[in-house]
Design a protein around this ligand. Sequence first.
Ligand code: SAM
Ligand code: ZN
Length: 281
Amino acid sequence: MAGWHALLACPHCGAELAEAGGALACASGHSFDIARQGYVNLLPGDATAGTADTREMVGARSAFLARGHFRPLDAALADAVVSAVGAAEGCVIDVGAGTGEHLAAVLERLPGRTGLALDISKHAARRAARAHPRVGAAVCDAWGTLPVRDGVAAAVMCVFAPRNAPEFARILAASGVLVVVTPTSRHLQEIAGPLGLVSVDPRKEERLETALGGHFERAATRAVEREMRLSREDVLAAALMGPSAHHLQADDVESRVASLPEPIAVTLSVSVSTWQPMPGR
Ligand SMILES: C[S@@+](CC[C@H](N)C(=O)[O-])C[C@H]1O[C@@H](n2cnc3c(N)ncnc32)[C@H](O)[C@@H]1O
Ligand SMILES: [Zn+2]
């Protein structure tokens, strides 16, 4: 899928990138290899990737999503993007896209649209590049200047991932929308305590307003709450795919999971919010 290269900007000088001989290069000669797996690494050389999902976390996420327990989330996310995008021109960019499966679900509802998956983890980008025939994937830091041209996105999505409001506003077209998925404090509550998972800040919604306010206005919010019936294997994957995996020991989690009932009823509880760029931003 080559069209997505035209969405990108050089991380060093901001110029357009063009493909030449298996690499993307700008007119000033900054060049980035396209990996065999189809993604391009646009992280400047000195960047660190401390929060990047590891190979094991990405594997756990892929296994968990394949079980379909988050399908109601994908349906609500796709509803929000499809209804907000309307006829607006542009691609769909998923920041902190992980395996790219949410983006793939959205693109299935938007025939002909191109998707771009951005993530700081090369393991995630590798999977995302294969998530859908219309998805391209790049490695970058969502907290820095995104290697994306101004105003190319009809929609930016951010699902359980870092939110850089000024950059989201810059890459969105004037009529574009931002769709954000955040967990509520009830999300995965039945396993969070027993497994020692990082708990969700009960003031998350307030923090979201603070992070996005000044650049975006909230247009709509939808709550998605369901009971999932999870096997022990599902619970293990859910624990090892999330941010807690950065500090948990896999064998310790495994022994805790072994003492849980099976199947176990676990809450999926997220908020899907749609935001419009503030006029005159
Ligand atoms: C909790 S996962 C969510 C992944 C995906 N959105 C999903 O819901 O399946 C967070 C993702 O953000 C990525 N991430 C963390 N810090 C990042 C950063 N500074 N820039 C870009 N991506 C980042 C991680 O590598 C990981 O894939
Ligand atoms: Zn350059």
